[in-house]
Design a protein around this ligand. Sequence first.
Ligand code: EPZ
Length: 428
Amino acid sequence: MDKLVIDGGVPLKGTVPVSGAKNAALPLLMATIVAPGEHRIANLPELADVESMLSLLGRIGCPSLMGPIVRIDTSRVAWCEAPYDLVRKMRASVLALGPLLARCGEAHVSLPGGCAIGVRPIDQHLRGLEALGCEFQMDNGYVHGKVKALKGAHMRLDMPTVTGTENILMAAVLAHGDTTIENAAAEPEVEELGAFLNSLGAKVEGAGTATIHVQGVTSLVPATRPWHILPDRIEAGTYLVAAAITGGDIRCENARADHLAPVLDVLRAAGCGVETGDDFVRVWRNGPVTPVDITTAPHPGFPTDMQAQLMALLSLANGSSQIRETIFENRFMHVAELLRLGARIDINGNLATVHGVPELSGATVMATDLRASASLVLAGLAARGRTEILRIYHLDRGYEHLAEKLRGVGANVQRGQEGRPVTHIVSA
Ligand code: EPZ
């Protein structure tokens, strides 16, 4: 397995190009199923999760052709199954449920199971799809769904689940009649999915707000022009924290400041400078890191996907910060590893109290999940000496060309093989 080796302590300065958003790319790829034909998508990020989603499309009979513009042909759907070997690698495969039911009237999707950060149930996905007329049975770890005719419905979700909202939306667009989804997830990636579906001929209003209205249509067609995926706000936020934690100055190109508002508020409160424009966000830090209290929340609140990264930054604050994780029940996996780098953090249930320390020192640490891994990279970039991060396949799921982008702003970072020493780190 690969590892990442970082010689820390360098203030990172320069420009980082932000890739297409992973959490928009994944539902968009599944949405191609509801519109038979050839779809073209630009700036699809080169990520392990995207590869998994493309192989899932291939498995059901929808081949893709890679290139600057990725072409996906969903003219035929031969299988209506998302098998365990794919779903266990990437739980977002559950997003096949809604589109397969809408396209084929049936779907057989492996139950995703839990993951490092929580149980991750899909009860809301199923309830919403049942409201549209679907019936489900569980058997051998699979959810088997069928529907004779999707019919519009008025529903209210128990909680604003992102992929739950997306699954329901991708079925509702082909239902007979109108659908209203209340307490829907309002993340920018949901808004992007609604816009993409409308480019295929759907009639979606309010995607990106808490109430979505859909007027069902009888058929959809592939988008004629290549779809350009919105920038990844979590990737951008991660690099902005890299500037903050190393006392550097980074400008993220192709970034949406409006999608990062709660993160930028925290960075300002932590003592950073922030400059924004139409398509860039810049963050720098000259003075001390000051403590900030954070509570994660559904969008437009502070994103849970940035909690681990800000914890790394606040571990160097000149005081104590309280971080409350309200979305997932086990999203502090990075704490034990941050402690190995010299951080001082107390956990009490879903509350982490981060007592700032003057500096972190490099060590060998273990990645456990995608954003926890990002937190360890950030801490390693600031730590004195060398940090080795093992099992970085977690990072490859969500950060395109991470080492190259970090070297581009001056980091001393190198991929290597676990168990084999990295003697020479390519300096920037
Ligand atoms: C999406 O996951 C993202 N993944 C996650 O990003 C993100 O952390 C999460 O939304 C919250 O913003 C993708 O978009 C592919 P949820 P999702 O359903 O949809 C509970 C990353 O790092 N819930 O909004 O799975 C659930 O247990 C990943 O990029 C139910 O109880 O998250 C959780 O506590 C990690 N029943 C809460 O809702 C359901 O049916 C929010 O989960 C569904 C969810």
